[in-house]
Design a protein around this ligand. Structure first.
Ligand code: ATP
Length: 237
């Protein structure tokens, strides 16, 4: 397992956002967390990337307990997150945003970054056309692509994608899921959080359903997609 989450609990003050989560993500796979608003999906990703503190439990990356490793060092270890709501730097250009994605890397010479730049611009040709555009003036879908591209500039082993399809037109949603598949095919392990459960389950090797901070079902993407209670509650019957 590349990532192991063991009995993880996280609080916001007295509110228990997640409780006793246990799951793993195999190297080279796509895993997904699905569930309703407020189920704890984003909190789980933020805890793995180091933005939230663990109350109890452990997070192991490549067998190493990372509880005490600060967020920027987790990027160096190979964990990078594309945040919910995009979170690009609005006053910077596309190129500058992508550069920022590589800030934690030791070697940031243009020669070292070139293959990653090329990879990102190949995955997202739209970014290539708009390389000098200020990010804040791009459409929602374009900003989403930029956030994903920026996460990839860290050359992660594990990329955490928080709601990459949020607010996008159906055609673009389809495209984003195709790109996630391609990112994975190129060797990056993916942990995907999605409200668009049907699409996420189609893509995922393993899937977990969260309800009010707990995992209530786990299986392959196909198993969850065909589970009658999952279908009823999350896939529209
Ligand atoms: P969504 O799909 O709506 O983004 P989610 O499954 O990602 O939901 P989280 O954002 O992880 O859910 O939230 C889990 C719980 O923790 C919710 O009850 C939420 O209100 C609470 N929570 C999240 N962030 C904070 C915060 N900064 N302060 C207090 N409570 C929070």
């Amino acid at each position: 397992m590349l990532l192991e989450v063991e009995d993880l609990s996280v609080n916001y003050g007295h509110i228990e956002a997640i409780r006793g989560l246990t799951f793993g993500v195999e190297e080279g796979s796509i895993a997904t967390l699905i569930g309703a608003n407020g189920a704890g999906k984003s909190t789980t990703l933020k805890t793995i990337s180091g933005l939230r503190k663990i109350r109890t439990g452990r997070v192991l990356f490549d067998g190493k307990d990372i509880a005490k490793v600060p967020a920027h060092e987790r990027v160096q270890l190979g964990i990078s997150q594309s945040p919910e709501g995009r979170g690009v730097f609005p006053g910077m250009t596309v190129r500058e945003n992508l550069d920022m994605g590589a800030y934690a890397r030791k070697d940031r010479s243009s020669a070292a970054l070139k293959p990653d730049f090329d990879r990102v611009l190949e995955l997202f040709p739209r970014l290539s056309e708009r390389i000098n555009q200020v990010a804040g003036t791009m459409s929602g879908g374009e900003q989403q692509m930029l956030a994903m591209g920026r996460a990839l500039m860290a050359r992660p082993r594990l990329v955490l994608l928080d709601e990459p399809s949020m607010g996008l037109a159906p055609k673009l949603i389809q495209q984003i899921f195709e790109i996630i598949k391609e990112i994975n095919a190129q060797g990056t392990t993916v942990l995907l959080v999605e409200q668009n459960a049907a699409q996420a389950l189609r893509l995922a090797d393993t899937a977990h359903l969260l309800e009010t901070g707990e995992i209530v079902r786990s299986g392959t993407g196909h198993e969850l997609a065909t589970d009658s209670s999952v279908r009823e509650a999350y896939l529209g019957g």
